[in-house]
Ligand binder design. Structure first.
Ligand code: VGL
Ligand code: ZN
Length: 187
């Protein structure tokens, strides 16, 4: 690790769910590569740094699905196998689950979008968040930008995230850089 946690930090693991991994409904290339990296950060957080894990959790026929005019194939349908966290992700029992994408009328890419996560983090005295997970150009991007907007310091764990497309990943990094987000490698 090039950097370790300090008091006031939290780890946010974004949408490491079966459907975003190889073999899933919306697979991201090399998505599973992020898991061992995240597991090292999760282990490091055991010293007392809270871990938050967001999950995409859509009702059947969600507005973001192609069948409803949205951009994505059906994925992360509530209670389905594809919506489960990847079995290799070593989330602690104390991990706080942040559920999003449940609205019938709009998508929620950010873990901060109408979840109250910012309030929860402030209540816990958190001022800096480390973010990794899937996908870099969709939900990780939206979550990281929102975290900045809410006033948190944000560090992206660069080798703990993968984009849907390489081009999207490049653009996402630019946007995050412009927003004052710091990038580090996970190991
Ligand atoms: C996501 C596409 C659709 C993500 C969620 O978690 O990045 N991507 N829904
Ligand atoms: Zn989704």
């Amino acid at each position: 690790m090039t950097q370790t946690f300090q008091p006031g930090d939290a780890l946010i693991v974004v949408d490491v769910q079966n459907d975003f991994c190889p073999g899933g409904a919306l697979p991201i290339e090399n998505a599973d590569v992020v898991i061992p990296v995240l597991n090292r950060w999760i282990a490091d957080a055991a010293a007392g740094v809270p871990v938050f894990a967001s999950r995409d959790w859509h009702p059947a026929g969600h507005v973001s699905f192609a069948e409803s005019g949205g951009p994505w194939p059906p994925h992360c349908i509530q209670d389905s196998e594809g919506a489960r966290f990847h079995p290799d992700l070593a989330l602690p029992d104390t991990a706080v689950i942040v559920t999003k994408g449940v609205r019938f009328d709009q998508d929620q890419n950010s873990a901060f979008d109408q979840t109250g996560l910012d309030v929860r983090l402030r209540d816990e005295g958190i001022s800096r968040v480390f973010i990794g997970g899937l996908a870099e150009d969709v939900c990780v991007l939206a979550t990281a930008l929102d975290a900045r907007k809410k006033g948190f310091s944000v560090t992206l764990i660069a080798d703990a995230t993968r984009p849907v497309t390489p081009k999207g990943g490049k653009e996402a990094r630019k946007k995050m850089q412009n927003a004052g987000i710091t990038f580090i490698e996970g190991e």
